[in-house]
Design a protein around this ligand. Sequence first.
Ligand code: SF4
Length: 256
Amino acid sequence: MSSPSRPAPPGDAPDDAPQPSDQRPATLDACRRCDLWRHATHGVPGDGPTPAPVMVVGEQPGNQEDLAGKAFVGPAGRLLDEAFEKAGLSRESVFLTNAVKHFKWELRGKRRLHKTPAQREIEACGYWLEDEFERVAPRVVVALGATALKAVLGVKATALRKVLGQPIEHEGRTVIPTYHPSYALRVPDPAAREAAFDEIVAALKLAAKFSGKAARKGAGKTVVKRSAAARSAPESAPKPRPKSKPKSKPKPAAEP
Ligand code: SF4
């Protein structure tokens, strides 16, 4: 795994900047589909069993995930662990990933602060998310935050607050939108912070309910942990997304 020790801060490329999004790389390290690889330490792949009944999709790796090359190991990941625990859903039974696999950041003093990925970066990285959907074949997808929801539904805009916690049937999966744990961490008001955390817990409980007993704590029997080498080198290059594949209109899901 190549890992530049001091990645340079990103510039502000305009949203319509040209990018080689027709590339079909075999590994994250080889991916040049957008510019984010230049400024990150590691590409961070998803982690968890394949297949898995539940997939949880976040936005992008944070500072600690970028340094470790592993998903959800920073403060937001620790809060997500608490939510898993409270929801009675085993983290080991769930496939955890991000919509965008390289850390996008800006320098503030000496700190690298998260910067929201542009739509073109979300779309470029959909190549990898689509590969994960094929390998994981989840029945339920929990989308953490608006960026994840856009990536999962393949749309350019969403009103997250209007659909929070509401199951959406999309392409044969049930998508459950909720807050990203980093939002729950940064809300200044304690009551609002607690409410955001409770929303995440409720979404995970609903995911367990929709996915059936297999995802419930203690029921997962095939837990395949991918090695660091395997994480940086998927078995095969993902299949390209059909260019003109029509997106089915998301519709509310019925209670199971
Ligand atoms: S963010 Fe995604 S599309 Fe962009 S270089 Fe990284 S892996 Fe490739």
